[in-house]
Design a protein around this ligand. Sequence first.
Ligand code: T1G
Length: 685
Amino acid sequence: MSAVRVEREDSVAVLIIDNPPVNAASWEVRNGLLAAVQSACADPALRALVLIGAGRSFIAGADIREFDKPLRDPQMPAVIAAIEACDKPVVAAIHGAALGGGFELALGCDARIATAEALVGLPETTLGIIPGAGGTQRLPRLVGTAVAIEMVSSARRVKAAEALRLGMLDAVVEGDLRAAAVRHAREMASRKRRLRDLPLPEERAEAVETAAANALARGKGRAAIAEAVAAVRDSARLPFSEALAKERATFQRLRESEEAAALRYLFFAEREAARVSGLEAAKPRPVHQVGVVGGGLMGSGIAVCFLDAGLPVTLVERDQGALDAGVERIRAIYHRGLQAGRLSQEEMAKRVACITPSLSLAALASADLVIEAVFEDMAVKQALFRDLDPLLKQGAVLASNTSYLNLDRMGAVTKRPADIVGLHFFSPAQVMRLLEIVRAEATAPDVLATALAMGKRIGKVSVVARVGEGFIGNRIYSAYRFQCEFMLEEGAYPEEVDAALVAFGFAMGPFAVSDMSGLDIAWATRKRLAAAADAATRFPEVLNRLCEKGRFGQKAGAGWYRYAQGARRGAVDPEVRAIVDAVSREKKVTRRVFTPEEIQHRALAAMVNEAALLLREKIAERASDVDLVMVNGYGFPAQRGGPLFWASRRPREEIAAALDSVAAASGAGFRRGDVDAVLDGLRPK
Ligand code: T1G
């Protein structure tokens, strides 16, 4: 079946784009559209055209799957040029998503009609590219340069009501979209309104400068953001055709970049992560009410995730003080949203009104999903599960926010182990996109399906992990931390390791992160791991020395760095260097200089190796799941695709050499994963 079919309504041709699931503008769609537009424009019996999508959307953008290869002609600019060359008005009828090339096609039309639930935007920079079919030239002619810069650089998806207000749409219609669009096309008669012919709206130069400065600051050196800002600014500096050609050339160049390849990989990895073995026939259980036990930092953030998704939340705490503090934390989160303009006063009031505070677990009797975020101790969690078991209704899902405890042991104290699942949020829970869903031995398929559906509903990137020490993320991050600390004993200093990994793209290095989260937590974990480890396992020493001196990080004014009162950025502390030197002397290690690249490769190779081990143990379902976890939960730079994707693009011998240095540093206890087999699955064919 052709991806584009044409139906006639008297003198109006209706071109229907039909390429499920989201009408991505594949070659078949572009080819079909060009032929249909050219034939309709040449037909004297036709006075106007309407473009409309079949199924759930207009066009979700170019077909991203085609981006690894040279794009086949006709390309989208040719389709749009045919529409602009046509002397009959062409109306875009938008429902669902009109994103990227889909919205650019609509901008190439003479009018844009949409339903209230439509979503429009140019999110190309999230894929490491810029709009390549005229979006950076036609959008400014509708909304002005400053707004266009904000839109293209933020990759924001805009709801129909706001798009209408901004002039991106000509009308938002209720009821039958097609009929409204055909009516609109008829009323346009032979009137063309090509955006390319419109002058840029008058606007204050400083508004454009401010928008550009904000975009570049937000873009933190990301190539696509800088290129997008420059392209939009070209709309005011260059003749239309010249700017259009320049935009396309930039798009093609960025499309072939490593950054774009990495971001495409992550796009599809997110969709792949939702496909979990054994769930093919499983149906999620309905969730209309949620219970959260524990209103601390994590519990309050978790409650906000559900409230933001429109779900009523019963928040339970052990005493009034703690309960009030929990509700206050939620209010504070919304207050910050209000001040930042992310939500209105009404919206805040509506969400806060959906909280039911309670001091009794019995208040959770009608909840469909209950998640605990209480103190991270097995006995405390088992006691809570024992108390909840007889109280919760049949079929309720009972979840734990534990970040490492054994879920099988937690479920074993209840009569409903099949209803138990781990929902491991990352702090701050209402901000961090990652949700590690932990599958216990007994977790029923429909409970796992419920967790995945809930993850999508609250806008998280959900990745399923099996029970194991540190699940996916903490386990890999621990291996990374170990290597970074071993390099201290061999010659590097914390600020050098941090600088090397920030240069690689991490927002913060491991030692600055450690100071922020507190060294005492890692110390407690180390002691627990050391107690269970065999004698051959080597443990780094410097952290212990710092903790023995009470240097627990920012909260203690000193950790790997020293912090002035209230400062969030630490200063290099000679005392730490002295401690590091002393440990090297005690271990009779001759200190040596590390290059930033060696630090990067060694730290990342440790991640890669641990990933190969946990994939072999089936803790994670697939390599791309691991990359999603590290990018969305541990600050791994998205433009690098994740540790496994990054390693799959490096020369084999380079990775092998880095693994050898990890093995040498880790001692006799080191276990080598089958890294090559894992990377071969990702290496370009
Ligand atoms: N290309 C190819 N496949 C796509 C696709 C696309 N653009 N968008 C979605 N899919 C697939 C997806 O992989 C999944 O497949 C299925 O559709 C459902 O998607 C020239 C160059 C539209 C909001 O960045 O944001 O245009 O897993 O699970 O949650 O300037 O998909 O079922 O096999 O995400 O309802 C710009 C990307 C492209 C939008 C729907 N466009 N898509 O969300 O479903 S660059 C985008 C989305 C561009 C031009 C440039 C979302 C959605 P499968 P889904 P959803």
